[in-house]
Design a protein around this ligand. Structure first.
Ligand SMILES: Nc1nc2c(c(=O)[nH]1)N[C@H]1C(S)=C(S)[C@@H](COP(=O)(O)O)O[C@H]1N2
Ligand SMILES: [Mo]
Length: 196
């Protein structure tokens, strides 16, 4: 089953690579995932701790604001909700910002998202994928290895942070990297919410 093409998009079979700055080179000794912001206690998870969490496999469509859409990619990863179980949120937390590397800066990239849209199987921190033409492969460094967020298809793909390093929990919505540059806070491709 294939979902409809959002307005202004075209369908691609291959998976293009797009990002700003240098790729992050994974070092298991120094890599951590920090959960912080409006939580009772911030925590920092090691790679071993993250990768030991329960796994989810989901088929997710990707819609890039540069107008390509790739349908039906199958991902293996850790659902956002599994990481949510690791923290106790303060009252009134409604948003998150997912941080990742940008040119060697651990928290240089980020994208904001509403928490309530991230509780299903289609909000995944992924490390493995396949599609109709390819068997399972490890996510390449260019696509965000060792851990990359794939947002639900109701968000443009810039909300999918590569080289994930942290999740900030927030009571008020806050702009991320592209949002500060004029891109939409909501970013729903079916409503063509590209810019502010
Ligand atoms: N850390 C980081 N994540 C990022 C970016 C980036 O520059 N740095 N670019 C985003 C943008 S704008 C897009 S369109 C997607 C592209 O993902 P892909 O290269 O896997 O197709 O990654 C997103 N995640
Ligand atoms: Mo993008």
């Amino acid at each position: 089953m294939t979902n409809p093409l959002p307005p202004g998009q075209f369908k691609t079979e291959k998976w293009p690579v797009l990002h700003q700055g240098e790729v992050y080179e994974f070092d298991q000794q120094t890599w951590t995932l920090k959960l912080f912001g409006d939580v009772d206690q911030e925590i920092t998870l090691s790679y071993e701790e993250v990768i030991a969490l329960p796994k989810t496999t989901s088929t997710i469509d990707m819609h890039c604001v540069t107008t390509w859409s790739k349908f039906n990619t199958i991902f293996e990863g850790i659902a956002f909700r599994e990481l949510l179980k690791k923290v106790k949120l303060k009252d009134g937390v409604k948003y998150v910002k997912i941080f990742g590397y940008y040119d060697g800066d651990r928290f240089g990239y980020s994208a904001n998202l509403p928490l309530e849209k991230l509780l299903s199987d289609d909000a995944l921190f992924v490390y493995k994928w396949k599609d109709e033409t390819r068997d399972w492969e490890t996510l390449s460094v260019k696509h965000g290895y060792p851990l990359r967020f794939i947002p639900p298809a109701s968000f443009y793909l810039w909300k999918g942070t590569k080289w994930v390093s942290g999740i900030k929990f927030m009571k008020e919505d806050e702009e991320g990297f592209w949002e500060e540059l004029g891109y939409s806070m909501n970013a729903d491709p079916y409503k063509e919410e590209r810019f502010k």
